[in-house]
Design a binder for this molecule. Sequence first.
Ligand SMILES: Cc1ncc(COP(=O)(O)O)c(C=O)c1O
Length: 429
Amino acid sequence: MPKDMTEKRDIFHRRESEARSYCRGMPALFTTARGSHLTDAEGRTWIDFLAGCSSLNYGHNDPDMKAALIDHIAGDGIAHGLDLHTDAKGDFLSAFETHILAPRGMDHRVMFTGPTGANAVEAAMKIARKVTGRTNVIAFTNGFHGVTMGALAATGNGYHRGGAGMDKAGVTRMPFDDYAEGVDSAALLDQMLSDSSGGIDAPAAIMFETVQGEGGLNAASPEWVKRIAEIAKTHGALLIIDDIQAGVGRTGTFFSFEEMGVMPDIVTMAKSVSGFGLPLALVLVRPEHDVFGPAEHNGTFRGNTHAFVTARVAIEKFWADDAFQRELADKAALITRALNDVAALVPGARLKGRGLMQGVDVRSGDLAGEICARAYDKGLVIETSGNEDQVVKVLAPLTTPVETFHKGFNILLDATRDAVTARAKLAAE
Ligand SMILES: Cc1ncc(COP(=O)(O)O)c(C=O)c1O
């Protein structure tokens, strides 16, 4: 490696906090990216099956979004406008109303929060508490909702929870769909809420992801989601669907709950909503629950004008008709087929997730980590999820061409084969 490259790398070890994570397993010095490919300073390329953890659903540097952003900047368009009216915000809201909300019969208002998913979750939980006058939020095993204090209370992961250094309040944890064998977790929740000695305080909200992204790609069944929505209604709680990772086409439709016959009171969105990897988060809230006063939940960067520009292009380019969604159905089927081949290499492995949010549970965090490490060495960026990091998780850009999917899955197959063989050899020694 050239000397200046080594020096460039040293700065990360010398100065960047120990809290850094992805870069430990993928130490390349990345410089450029386009579509589904990442390139490093030495000219090596990787196929990207991580997509900024679902923040780059339309791939890297989409040419139309890039052109619109460059035009906006070149024309001295507003870069930062607090929550002032700007043409960029107006154009985004119009596109979102026309192509996303109206066709789905959603009368929700759009509240811009601070630009992270966690901040959208904070806002959602606060709205539910203000609307109902109750404190308790029901969240589920393996749920991940972010790491700021309110959101962290709803997050199940013990490692993240441990980082808080204090009590996490206001949340009751219940088993997610299919969490415990033979337990109907919706019936259990209903029974406990209906029992005056069930011990659960009346909830302000019931909040969940329809597919648990960080929690191991656990996909709730439509029946479970519907029953939870009914339970929320019966018990006077708001239904919050956290679509931060599963939304924006990731499960095959714009919202992950679209074909489940439910209408959430609140939806949280972030990650891919800007379409370009720019920070933008929002909360969709039914008008009758839009109760915050001006700036009651504020944030200097609520509404990121550059992100509005790219988000508007993304909506108009991909969601103005159903062509993209139809493509997603074919790609989801391709992913299922390819992952079945991967799973066949690992005894006891099984497929998880749905749509373009699928993976393989290889029943061991060490093995999943080794598969991802070997894939990285062979030119594929891919990560794990799950309570033991035991799920190899595919989060490729939704725009990934079929050819590139095939190349990526060939690498994943090779990596899995090598990892399984290496472990078998080790066990035999
Ligand atoms: C479902 C879900 N909710 C909330 C968050 C938190 O988003 P952020 O990391 O932008 O704060 C994440 C992040 O992975 C997520 O997957």
